[in-house]
Every structure is written in C-alpha cells, then in structure tokens.
Design a protein around this ligand. Structure first.
Ligand SMILES: [Fe+2]
Length: 407
C-alpha cells in the first residue's frame, strides 16, 4: 500500500498540474463518448468492420478508425459450416470426456474474476481440443494476426519489439454460454495488468506522455516497452504481450445473447490512469484496482467511461473480434437468446522474447496435455480422448507453439 502512495507522488510530479491534466483527458473522452452515443442513436456501426477477403486491399481509412477505437471486427475469417462443425466437435470433446464432472471437483482454483461484480463466467478450462487448435493454427488466423500486428509501431530507435509476421500462439480457453444464463457475466475490466499499469517501470514509460501533460502525443499503438512489463504473480494474469485480445465466434450471437461489450476508445486507459491521481481517491488506492485481479472500471470513479460501453453487433460463425489490451471490456450479464453463445479465445501474440519465453513453458504443458502456465492448473485434459498432440500439428502450428524454430 505504501508503494501506491509513493507511486502516486511520482506520477503526479510528472505533470505541471495533475488536475488540469486529467481535465484535458476528460474533455477528450467526453468527445469520444458523444460520438459513440450519436452513432448508437442512429444505429450506425461503432466498431470498425472489415471482411477477411478485403484485408489485402487498401485499408488506410479503416486502419485509422481501428487505431481510434482500439478494436475491429474481421468477418468471415472461416466458413460458417466449417465453424459449426468445429463447435459440434468441441461439444463432443466436452461430453465424451465428462468435462462437467471434472469441473465440479475443481471449482475455486480460478479466482481471477472473483472480485468482479458478476462472478465467474461460463468459461471452460480447455485448451487443447481439435477445434481450438484448428482455428488457432490456421493459415487464415496467421493472415489476420499479421494484419493486426502490423497496426503497431514495432520498431524504435532502441530495438525491434516484435516481428509482426511471425506468431506465437497463446493457448486460451473457450466460452460457452447456455441460453437463459443470467448470473455469469463479467463487469467492465482490462487484463494485462491492474496496479502494474501505475507501478511497473515499463508501464510508467509507456504511459509517460499521459502523465506528463502530453496526452495528445500518446500513441497506444507504440509497442515500445509493452513487451517489458512485469505483472504481479497471479494464477490467471496473462504473462505475454498481446497486440490484441480476441475471439472467434462459433455460433451466431448478438446483443443480449450474453456477448462481449467494449468501450471502443483506444486511449481510455489515460482516463483510468489519471483519474486515480485525483484527491478524492484514498491515497493508498487506485480506484478499485487490486494486485492480481483484473483492472476494475466502476461507477464510483469511471461513470463517464461507462457511458461508452456498448455491446458488439451481431456476430456469425467464423467472424472474429479483436480489442487492444488497454480497451475496457465486459461480458453481458444476461443471455436472453435462444442458442448457445460460444467463442474460442485467440489473442494475437507476436514473436518477441517475452512471448517466446512464455511459449517455451507453454509447450511443455502442451506436450503433457496440461493447462497453460497462465491459467489455473486444473489440468482437465491430460487423459482426454481426442486431445491434440504433437503428431497432429502442422509445421506452422509447431512454429507457433515454439516446438520448432520460426525460421
Ligand atoms: Fe478480459
């Protein structure tokens, strides 16, 4: 707690007047929120969208919008029928291997989201099913991720942060929400560090322009030092650098189907960071953010930002959604739809030392069929039938999993 008091002092001193600095940032956010609300009123697209087959065209105007909103929907990455088959295959994997019985016995290991108001979502601790592997290591996904990684400034005067065209795959979980589920949403948050965003020396450099009255020059897509942040140890905090978090829809799902919500403002983190320095926040607190938990965005301190929270539009099987690691997101509390709303999480984790270090550890877990290092060690899949093993992998998949060198 003393650390927070100290760090606030250091960060406040970066500005001539931290109240004015916050005010300036708040004015910017107000304009963004106004724009979002206006588009919503007119039922216009808020999140930029592009179809997979247009990724190689001139994307200049959409790139500008992606950088402003910090998110993008890339549609039709996979054919509908292929994805529906993968969804079915995943369901079989779950049922044949008696996942529900195993899961009941291990509840409680994963407490990352336990402080978020809505409790634990319907997220499955499965990583190595054929369906996940096929999507994760597909050529289509490689193309999408190269597009996304290339939106970043990945080289600077000091070093090359990452290689945008070589991907290392971060194995993540599956979300399957059954119709009528009303208790398992996620309140607004950010991953990739909570308290660290103020206290970690690399984050302090990343966000230096924000704290030092230079918000206009802050570029959330400058990757410098993003690969060097060090997170506090916690059972479920990502220890990789993701250019984007994301998922692929396995089923049709839209607003009110228990889907994803975003605050589509790439620079919203500036508001969260500088808000915590104001005098109405207890000196030893950071607006509700706690070590080892997701960064909290709440009514008490961030009501303005929450006005910009929108549900993503209807997604169809094979569509993908991507959001910048600083973009605040949530999952709707209630699933009022009639069908399962299922997604496979696949983030974008380009080749860099931080990701390679993680992937090497992850590959050991993969070979044993265990849960990846970032997640609770539930290890459900060790003896599962149909689990993907090394012999099932393509050359690309082996490179992406760090089993052979990427050259
Ligand atoms: Fe999240």
């Amino acid at each position: 707690m003393d650390k927070i008091i100290q760090v606030k002092e250091i960060l406040r001193k970066k500005s001539k007047n931290y109240n004015n600095n916050f005010q300036n940032i708040e004015d910017f956010i107000k304009k963004e929120i106004y724009e979002i609300k206006k588009l919503k009123q007119n039922s216009e697209n808020i999140i930029p969208e592009i179809s997979f087959d247009k990724l190689s065209n001139d994307t200049h105007s959409i790139v500008k919008l992606i950088k402003k909103r910090g998110c993008v929907i890339i549609r039709d990455v996979f054919d509908d029928n292929r994805v529906l088959e993968l969804d079915k295959s995943l369901e079989n994997y779950i049922i044949q291997n008696n996942y529900y019985e195993h899961q009941k016995k291990k509840v409680g290991l994963d407490n990352y989201f336990s402080d978020l108001k809505s409790g634990k979502p319907q997220i499955y601790g499965l990583y190595w099913s054929n369906s996940q592997s096929e999507i994760r290591h597909s050529e289509e996904m490689q193309t999408v991720k190269a597009f996304l990684n290339n939106l970043w400034i990945y080289e600077n005067d000091e070093y090359k942060v990452f290689d945008p065209n070589r991907e290392l795959c971060y194995a993540d979980r599956v979300r399957r929400r059954e119709p009528g589920d009303n208790s398992l949403g996620l309140s607004p948050h950010c991953d990739a560090g909570s308290v660290e965003r103020w206290t970690d020396p690399s984050y302090q450099i990343i966000y230096n322009n924000i704290f030092s009255d230079n918000f206009n020059n802050y570029d959330p897509f400058n990757a410098k030092y993003r690969d060097r942040t060090i997170e506090f140890e916690s059972p479920a905090v990502a220890h990789v650098f993701r250019t984007f978090q994301g998922w692929t829809a396995l089923t049709e799902q839209g607003p009110k189907d228990g889907t994803l919500q975003l605050i589509p403002i790439a620079k919203a983190m500036a508001y969260v960071l500088t808000r915590a320095l104001l005098d109405d926040v207890p000196e030893n607190e950071l607006c509700g953010s706690k070590v080892g938990k997701a960064l909290s965005v709440n009514e008490t301190y961030h009501s303005l930002l929450l006005e910009g929270l929108i549900s993503i539009p209807k997604m169809y099987p094979g569509d993908t959604i991507w959001w910048h690691p600083d973009v605040i997101h949530a999952v709707e509390d209630i699933h009022l739809g009639k069908n399962y709303s299922n997604v496979i999480y696949v983030g974008s984790t380009p080749y860099c030392k931080k990701n390679l270090d993680y992937i090497k550890n992850q590959s050991k877990k993969f070979l044993d069929g265990k849960s990846p290092p970032d997640f609770a060690a539930e290890d459900f899949e060790v003896n599962y039938k149909g689990r993907v093993t090394e012999k099932d992998l393509s050359l690309l998949a082996k490179k992406q999993l760090g089993l052979i060198d990427w050259n």
